[in-house]
Structure formats: structure tokens, C-alpha cells
Design a protein around this ligand. Structure first.
Ligand SMILES: NC(=O)c1ccc[n+]([C@@H]2O[C@H](COP(=O)([O-])OP(=O)(O)OC[C@H]3O[C@@H](n4cnc5c(N)ncnc54)[C@H](O)[C@@H]3O)[C@@H](O)[C@H]2O)c1
Ligand SMILES: O=C(O)C(=O)C[C@]1(C(=O)O)C=C[C@@H](O)C=C1
Length: 305
């Protein structure tokens, strides 16, 4: 699969950018990858790891002459970074982002895009609870969806970006902005909020804290703790910027929760059984579709570098 760019700039060198870099290397990318991260410590780590062909001390230097610039910073930082680099983007280049929320990123970034630069937002539906430049691995995007939200962008630029993501191992699906934010509230944002809450509740209960959480937790609670270990900055920004959709889904979630609470109180076993049967079928459907992510080294798989 050929990659339709000569020079790719990654801004924000964390899990997603470092995985993109290793996936580009694995795909045999012959062009240049430049990078920038805000903190000196991250830039030093990136250089030590050999992340990017050149790590710059300024975002402006990193994006000059790039054919594709990908913003890989927390959602709340996208607007400020776009403002800074916009005047230095090469005419005709593609600017993209990997943010977990799309409406707020588009609103924050679009006003700064110069004429002739194609802004094509994306969102790879792949990640782990780890963050930072040393957390990435080449196979992160394999067989995962990358949602493309063209929002009226140029068709050729959009197709080139889809080819790029295919080369990184992902499957692409186009989506409308509001729909994206609602779908992600359901499949990603609220599940994270529930995991954060469940771990917080366990921590509040003295009886199950400390050794007991570790000693007696089997797979179920451990899965919650894995998710609840995700980056606080990233997830704070997700909830602050996807307010409408997350509140909508949270409302529906609490309604269902109250219905189940009532079934437990009234001893309505049929309702509980039917509900759990329905949800089990959903899990089995995911596995049958080949989208189970429980690979043995998921989240730790550096071997693929
Ligand atoms: N982690 C996931 O599971 C996942 C999955 C898909 C998309 N995303 C999205 O990808 C983006 C990056 O996430 P990540 O998991 O790679 O995060 P990360 O924390 O691993 O990396 C983020 C990087 O951005 C840098 N940064 C933060 N603020 C900055 C600023 N103002 N200017 C420049 N650099 C800045 C950080 O120093 C860090 O290097 C986020 O928008 C997130 O919503 C994350
Ligand atoms: O697998 C995980 O650990 C993730 O949290 C990845 C995950 C998700 O919720 O599926 C998290 C945020 C993203 O924007 C996309 C993917």
C-alpha cells in the first residue's frame, strides 16, 4: 500500500503519534517524518527512542514543507496548536487531527485554516490506557476503524488520507460530525466514565480498598481499572468538549440503570435474564465480526516495533 505523502509532521508525540510513526516504518514509508512535542522531556524521550526522523523544538519548524500534518494533542489543545502553525502550512497540504471528539475540534481549528490547505479530521478507534511517546506500537491500528469526518473537505485530499490510514493497518469509514460524537459517546466516552466511576466507588469503600481490590479482583474489575487508568488530561477534554452527546447518553444510561435497580429490588428475574441475554448476544456479535481486542499483549505489544 503506497503512502501518498513525502513528508509527514506529527504534532504531540504520545501514544497515537508514536504508534503512527512505528506503523509508518512498518509500512516501509520512504519519506520524512518530523515531530514536535510541547515539553522538553517528551522531545528528549522521542529522540532517544528514534521516534521521527527529526524532532523539532518548535511546531512551526516541524510543519514547514510537510504534505500531511497530523495534530495528535489533547482535544482541548487543538485550537491553540492550529492557530500557531496555520500561517506556516504548505499550500496544498492536508491538515488532520486524531482527536476523540470532532465537532469541537472542527470549530476550534477550521477558522485558522489558510485558503488551499485541506482540513480532514479523523479519529482512529484504537488506543490503550497508556500515554506518552514510549507507549506506541506498530500494530495499534491493525483491523481497527479509523473514522474520517471530511465535513466538506476536498475529495482527493480525503482519499489520500484514507490511503494513508489503510497503510497504517486501519479500515476507514466516513462519518458526519454530530453522528461521530454521538456514536463515540456510546462506544467510548460513557464506558470510560462508568469505569472511572466504578473504580472511584470501590476506592471509596474502605472494605475493598488496598490489598482487597488487588487480591480479589478477577477479570471484570481489572478491566475497569485498566480503562480508569487512562490519561486524565485527554479524558477531561473529551467530556468538556463532547458535553451534549455524553449528557444525552448518560441520561439514557441512568434510565436503564434505574430499571435494572428496580428489577433487582422487585425480584424480577425474567427482566434481568432477558437483559443479560440481549447484551451477551452483542458481545458475541463483536467477536464474530473479528473485532475482539483482547489480544494477549494488548496495550503492551512493543514487539511489533
Ligand atoms: N489514547 C487513546 O486511546 C486515543 C485513541 C484515539 C484518539 N485519541 C486522541 O488522540 C489525541 C492524542 O492522544 P494520545 O493518547 O496520543 O495522548 P498522549 O497523552 O499519549 O499524547 C499527547 C501528546 O500531546 C502533547 N501535548 C499536550 N498538550 C499539548 C500542547 N498544547 N501542545 C503541544 N503538545 C501538547 C503531550 O505532551 C503528549 O506528547 C487526543 O486528542 C485523543 O483524544 C486517543
Ligand atoms: O482501548 C482503549 O483502551 C481505549 O480507550 C481506546 C478508545 C476506546 O474507547 O475504544 C479510547 C478513546 C478513543 O478516542 C478511541 C479508542
Amino acid at each position: 500500500m503506497s503512502i501518498p505523502y513525502n513528508r509527514v509532521a506529527l504534532i504531540g508525540l504520545g501514544l497515537i503519534a508514536s504508534s503512527m510513526f512505528w506503523a509508518l516504518k512498518r509500512a516501509g514509508f520512504q519519506g520524512q517524518v518530523t515531530g514536535y512535542a510541547r515539553s522538553q522531556a517528551t522531545r528528549d524521550t522521542a529522540r532517544r527512542l528514534g521516534l521521527c526522523d527529526h524532532v523539532y523544538d518548535s511546531a512551526i519548524d516541524a510543519v514547514k514543507d510537510a504534505d500531511l500534518v497530523v495534530l495528535c494533542v489533547p482535544v482541548g489543545a487543538m485550537g491553540a496548536v492550529a492557530t500557531e502553525i496555520a500561517p506556516y502550512l504548505k499550500p496544498g497540504c492536508t491538515l488532520s487531527d486524531v482527536g476523540s471528539v470532532k465537532k469541537s475540534v472542527i470549530e476550534a481549528v477550521s477558522p485558522h485554516i489558510p485558503e488551499g490547505v485541506h482540513f480532514v479530521p479523523t479519529h482512529p478507534m484504537a488506543g490503550t490506557e497508556h500515554s506518552g511517546p514510549d507507549s506506541g506500537f506498530a500494530s495499534l491500528f491493525d483491523n481497527r476503524w479509523c473514522l474520517i469526518v471530511p465535513n466538506g473537505a476536498d475529495e482527493d485530499a480525503t482519499r489520500r488520507l484514507e490511503d494513508f490510514w489503510h497503510a497504517l493497518g486501519a479500515n476507514c469509514e466516513r462519518m458526519e460530525v454530530q453522528h461521530h460524537d454521538l456514536v463515540c459517546a456510546v462506544v467510548s466516552h460513557i464506558p470510560h466514565l462508568i469505569a472511572y466511576t466504578m473504580v472511584g466507588v470501590a476506592d471509596d469503600l474502605n472494605r475493598v480498598t488496598d490489598q482487597e481490590v488487588i487480591k480479589f479482583s478477577a477479570a471484570g474489575f481489572r478491566d475497569f481499572t485498566r480503562i480508569a487508568a487512562s490519561d486524565p488530561t485527554m479524558w477531561r477534554d473529551v467530556f468538556l468538549t463532547n458535553k451534549e452527546a455524553t449528557l444525552e447518553i448518560l441520561g439514557r444510561f441512568t434510565e436503564e440503570l434505574f430499571a435494572l435497580q428496580r428489577a433487582i429490588r422487585t425480584g424480577d428475574g425474567d427482566q434481568l435474564f432477558d437483559y443479560f441475554t440481549r447484551t451477551r448476544a452483542i458481545r458475541r456479535g463483536i467477536i464474530d465480526a473479528g473485532q475482539d481486542t483482547d489480544a494477549p499483549d494488548f496495550g503492551r505489544g512493543k514487539a511489533a516495533k
